[in-house]
Design a protein around this ligand. Structure first.
Ligand SMILES: [Zn+2]
Length: 321
């Protein structure tokens, strides 16, 4: 075990609970720090360490068979409710983040809201919360309000606790209490597999909360922007109990596309043009001039939103695999 500047072993630096949760992303075997990095006891793969950060990205192709259920039509079992609904503030919230505590970047776009955060679970210091797609760790202060140990995972960078892939999470089954993913799943190559992986690593009753992109311009090599129905398919096929899905009312598709795509770095202009188009859209909806597939007099945000937010959990009694 190499030691850092303070003389602590890397194992202690990461915390014993984190080390206990880590597993080989390829075979699921036990990992132990050894010569030249972290070694899988089962398949022998050695993963590099950079400082205290294990690089648990796959070292070679992993072939995964994803089981899919094709249901008879109409697809009663996986049909979402007709409309998304605004996520209510959780009256028994364990975590209440006042807006001034949220950094501006988190509140804008497809970001975090006080209502969404009110569904965050709370835990003791032994439980783990996974910040999936953690980037520079900007969400860490929010995670720390939950009382869980923070584990940031991303595909690159020096800030994440661990490097890894959403499609091959380097954690054991039922090892994580809470996964939060802010506009991340759409960046992975197979969102169905990523959602199954999240369900696999969550403990029974564990929470998966996040946001995802719909009518946003493609950013940072995102891949699978998804409709309301499609998001429901991702979550339902992975076995999640879906408590809430809302269309992001403050982030219309036209605003998202203008701000992120057509008029980048002209946020004021983009916002102004979007406000005009959105106003016209609302007027149109009130005048009942919308297509007949749109409920009369409603804006049907699921058809025009930049993204969605969701609150889900795995069943408490059975372990989803
Ligand atoms: Zn292995």
């Amino acid at each position: 075990v190499r030691r850092n500047m303070n003389g602590q072993s890397q194992q202690l630096e990461l915390g014993p609970e984190v080390w206990a949760a880590l597993a080989c992303p390829d075979c699921g075997g036990e990992l132990a720090p050894g010569a030249g990095g972290v070694r899988c006891a089962a398949c022998g793969t050695v993963y590099p360490m950079s400082g205290t950060q294990p690089d648990l990205r796959l070292r070679s192709d992993k072939h995964v068979a994803v089981e899919a259920v094709v249901r008879p039509y109409p697809r009663g079992g996986i049909r979402p409710p007709a409309r998304p609904r605004p996520i209510p503030f959780n009256s028994s919230a364990k975590v209440d983040i006042h807006p001034e505590k949220l950094a501006g970047a988190l509140l804008s776009g497809n970001g975090l809201t006080r209502e969404l955060a009110s569904w965050f679970p709370a835990g003791d210091k032994t439980g783990l919360a996974l910040d999936l797609g953690s980037g520079n760790g900007r969400l860490r202060p929010i995670f720390e309000l939950t009382g869980f140990q923070y584990v940031g995972l991303d595909v690159e960078g020096s800030e994440p606790t661990v490097l890894g892939l959403g499609e091959a999470l380097p954690f054991k089954e039922s090892s994580i209490d809470f996964v939060f993913a802010l506009a991340v799943v759409a960046h992975t190559t197979n969102p169905f597999l990523t959602c199954k992986e999240i369900a696999r690593v969550l403990k029974p009753g564990g929470w998966f909360i996040g946001t995802t992109q719909f009518l946003e311009a493609c950013a940072m090599n995102s891949r699978h922007h998804v409709t309301f129905n499609g998001l429901w398919d991702w979550l339902d096929s992975a076995g999640f109990e879906i408590l809430h899905v809302e269309a992001n009312a403050d982030w219309s598709g036209i605003r998202a596309i203008l701000q992120m795509g057509y008029l980048p770095s002209r946020f004021g202009l983009a916002r102004g043009v979007a406000a005009g188009v959105d106003s016209l859209h609302r007027w149109w909806a009130r005048r009942r001039l919308m297509p007949e597939t749109t409920p009369v007099g409603e804006m049907a945000p699921e058809r025009f939103a930049g993204g969605f937010r969701f609150v889900t959990r795995v069943a408490a009694s059975t372990n989803s695999t």
